[in-house]
Design a protein around this ligand. Structure first.
Ligand code: F6R
Length: 241
């Protein structure tokens, strides 16, 4: 992987946003893979500036990585709501071209298969933004997930539920399950951009970038991909050799 280290997340985010904006100017129908959580927010803010300055995202598409299972429609912390609020609106994407896995309880049995079909029908993901969990997860593929896995329902670990409790009123309100792209799905994207900021991510980044390739460190799956860019701040890079 190409590892880029910046002295602030904003500086890293600006470089990623410039790269994506240039892609969209060159290929207006480009397909973006979008992550939720805190990490990519400065990239979305920078992309919104590029959109305001004239980059036209109206013909681009986006696929989210994952969704919680069972949140009521319109819940502000559902990833559908987060993507609409942080990405679709600010960038001016066509809502019809923005997909998030179906986390409704009624759709759960077919949600994975339908999402895989949608990604294939959309021609695959050109550039996939990724964050990494403190557990090493990509998407919600927790340790033990198969590198060949496709979109499916998973159980969130206790650690990940605690990490995400900040977005909810209490730990009890964090869903138990999610629908997430698999590591195999993620590895099909043509370019992976893994972002991590802050000391809390240093160990996971060292494992992902330099550790043995192992299902016990899902992030290490990036080592199997031919085109990966890792964008870090100094703190997230601090455990690299
Ligand atoms: C988000 C996702 C997760 C997060 C990871 C880091 O769609 O799939 O893998 O990227 O949990 O979360 P933050 O960025 O909030 O530290």
């Amino acid at each position: 992987a190409e590892v880029l280290v910046f002295d602030s997340k904003e500086a890293g985010a600006a470089v990623v946003a410039d790269h994506i904006a240039a892609l969209v100017r060159r290929v207006p129908t480009a397909t973006l893979g979008v992550a939720t959580g805190s990490t990519p927010l400065p990239v979305y803010a920078a992309l919104a500036e590029r959109a305001a300055a004239g980059t036209d995202f109206t013909r681009a598409s986006a696929f989210a990585l994952d969704e919680y299972v069972g949140l009521p429609a319109g819940h502000p912390e559902s990833y559908r709501s987060v993507i609409d609020r942080e990405v679709t609106g600010p960038l001016g994407l066509d809502p019809e071209h923005v997909r998030v896995p179906d986390g409704s309880e009624t759709g759960i049995e077919t949600a994975g298969e339908r999402y895989e079909q949608a990604i294939i029908a959309g021609g695959g993901v050109d550039v996939q933004l990724l964050g990494i969990g403190t557990t090493g997860h990509l998407g919600f593929n927790e340790p033990g997930s198969s590198f060949a896995s496709l979109t499916r329902v998973k159980t969130l670990t206790e650690q990940t539920r605690r990490d995400n409790a900040r977005f909810f009123d209490s730990l009890n309100d964090v869903p138990m399950h999610c629908v997430t792209q698999g590591l195999g799905t993620i590895l099909r994207a043509r370019h992976l951009v893994l972002l991590a900021f802050g000391e809390g991510k240093a160990e996971a980044i060292a494992g992902a970038v330099e550790g043995p390739v192992s299902a016990s460190m899902p992030g290490s799956a990036i080592q199997l991909h031919p085109h990966v860019t890792v964008v870090l701040d100094d703190a997230a890079a601090s455990a690299l050799q």
